[in-house]
Ligand binder design. Structure first.
Ligand SMILES: CC(=O)N[C@H]1[C@@H](OP(=O)(O)OP(=O)(O)OC[C@H]2O[C@@H](n3ccc(=O)[nH]c3=O)[C@H](O)[C@@H]2O)O[C@H](CO)[C@@H](O)[C@@H]1O[C@H](C)C(=O)N[C@@H](C)C(=O)N[C@@H](CCC(=O)O)C(=O)O
Ligand SMILES: Nc1ncnc2c1ncn2[C@@H]1O[C@H](COP(=O)(O)OP(=O)(O)OP(=O)(O)O)[C@@H](O)[C@H]1O
Length: 453
């Protein structure tokens, strides 16, 4: 074993070695390996231990833990993408294997595209023939664990749940101080779940591992599912908007969605899987699924409570490396998009106060905005709205005296708009509330009324 060296081209198999949960400490261990190389151990720490789990709930925790083990493996599998996948210590059914193959192939879509790999047909999870029995009703109490990511979206959900009097715990994974500050600003109960990746992954990255984007929302979702079962609550709430279901259209390749695990296909598949195979009364849903990015942005402007605390700029969220000095780097696709999406709905001085500058009057950002508008470029691989949303937001600003003379708005009006169909530039159709969602029916009508107000 001491002779083993990471060599991505020589590796034959990726192994799901074992997983375990210690109810006394609240620590889950997820163990993987390549061939007979060293164990790669990821740990998840759920506060609130010791957990007293009865028979049915303990069994549901074990099923959630295995699903977490299987999904979280994507971070390690991607380092070598070997031909064989082995599961050493338990068996899975065909339904689970098919679900995992969907997550790995689609969730690694951007990774595969950027690395010139074809994962279709390559990822096969070994499975048995027996189907799992139907999941029981556990009698979970009515309470929501709401994921918070430090950006605008989760804050919109938290305020909506507050308005509807739904009991909630604001929950996040990892050590981000920015997320902590937003969570504390809500004034609601909080839960911070620890996550430590196996340290060897960073060595492997330096030693030539394949690297790239992973479906991190899938990982966070199942961590939250495990935490919900441990705390005995019946809802895991995310804030993934309708626009996340649409990827970047790449000429010659087709659609590649950076945000695949924020999309509807993933949400509906995971939500159904949980109720079928883990706990029939555990509801996983996105509160913002009926809304576009622009509609979420409009909702965000309803309160200024978080203006001095939130950031959607992903540069804040690196595990390793530098963070921007002032929450908004101002040059990445998320900064570009959030500035543009908020602008039609927020007084200009408030928006300038949040970002500390006017991104739409900065010609250095022209290329970034062209990509968002899908003008001579494709939509960036980032969590940004659809091209039609960016175009409609620009068109709205072009009609406003306070914005129309800003360099990039003026450029849009003069150079890009004449090439577009005016009928496609209306903002109102993009603000319509959609019906494709899996919000519990007891909440949906009240939520719809709140969002429409
Ligand atoms: C913060 C960020 O955007 N990170 C992405 C970046 O990683 P980078 O190397 O610059 O730094 P770290 O985040 O510190 O990661 C170090 C290495 O660790 C590996 N890794 C990390 C987390 C994980 O869960 N699994 C991992 O394997 C990875 O090898 C890193 O190199 O670039 C990476 C490569 O493209 C991305 O994988 C990093 O993305 C993070 C996983 C991440 O948390 N990103 C979110 C901010 C994010 O992209 N969210 C999406 C949600 C959509 C979805 O679920 O698919 C979004 O906002 O659109
Ligand atoms: N560290 C984290 N822990 C738990 N949930 C997270 C974490 N990071 C992101 N999420 C959740 O993942 C989903 C997608 O994240 P995303 O970054 O789009 O949302 P956000 O941070 O709320 O808003 P924005 O889009 O403005 O950045 C959201 O539901 C968010 O709450």
């Amino acid at each position: 074993m001491s002779e083993w060296k990471f060599n991505r081209d020589a590796i034959r198999a990726f192994r799901f070695v074992r997983c375990g949960f210690d109810a006394q400490s609240g620590v889950a261990q997820l163990v993987y390996a390549f061939d007979d190389g060293p164990e790669l151990i990821e740990t998840i720490t759920v506060p609130g231990a010791p957990f007293a789990l009865d028979g049915a709930r303990a069994a549901a925790v074990e099923r959630a833990l295995r699903l977490l083990h299987l999904i979280t493996g994507v971070s390690y599998y991607k380092a070598a993408v070997p031909e064989e996948i082995r599961i050493d210590s338990y068996a899975i059914d065909a339904d689970t294997a098919a679900f995992l193959e969907t997550i790995y192939v689609n969730g690694l879509g951007e990774f595969a595209y950027r690395n010139g790999l074809n994962l279709h047909g390559r990822i096969k999870f070994p499975h048995g023939e027996t189907a799992a029995p139907a999941a029981p009703v556990l009698g979970l109490r009515e309470h929501a664990l709401v994921a918070i990511g430090g950006g605008k979206d989760s804050l919109v959900s938290i305020e909506a749940l507050r308005a509807l009097d739904v009991a909630q715990t604001v929950t996040w994974i990892g050590g981000s101080q920015l997320i902590r500050a937003c969570a504390e600003r809500t004034g609601l109960p909080t839960l911070n779940i620890g996550r430590a990746l196996a340290p060897q992954l960073f060595d492997y990255n330096r030693e030539g591992a394949w690297n790239g984007h992973i479906p991190v929302t899938a990982v966070n979702s199942v961590i939250m599912v495990l935490a919900a079962l441990l705390h005995g609550v019946d809802q895991v709430v995310f804030s993934n908007e309708r626009s996340a279901s649409y990827g970047s259209l790449i000429e010659g390749t087709g659609e590649v969605n950076h945000q695949w695990s924020k999309g509807w296909a993933f949400e509906s598949a995971l939500g159904d899987y949980i109720q079928r195979e883990i706990a029939a009364d555990l509801h996983y849903y996105s509160l913002l699924r009926p809304l576009s990015e622009l509609a979420v942005a409009r909702q965000f402007t309803r309160t200024d409570r978080y203006d001095a605390h939130f950031s959607s700029c992903n540069r804040n969220f690196h595990i390793l490396g530098e963070r921007p000095a002032n929450r908004w780097c101002g040059v990445c696709p998320k900064c570009h998009f959030v500035f543009l999406a908020l602008a039609p709905f927020m007084p200009k001085p408030r928006l300038m106060g949040i970002f500390g500058r006017n991104l739409l009057d900065d010609t250095a950002q022209t290329g970034g905005y062209d990509a968002l508008l899908e003008f001579q470029d494709h939509k960036p691989f980032e969590c940004v709205g659809e091209g039609r949303e960016s175009r409609a937001a620009m068109a709205a600003l072009a009609g406003r005296p306070e914005w129309r003379e800003d360099a990039l708005v003026e450029r849009f009006a003069q150079e890009i708009r004449p090439q577009l169909d005016e009928a496609d530039l209306r903002i109102e159709p993009l603000l319509v509330i959609d019906d494709e969602q899996r919000i519990p029916p007891r909440l949906w009508e009240r939520l719809r009324a709140h969002l429409a107000a």
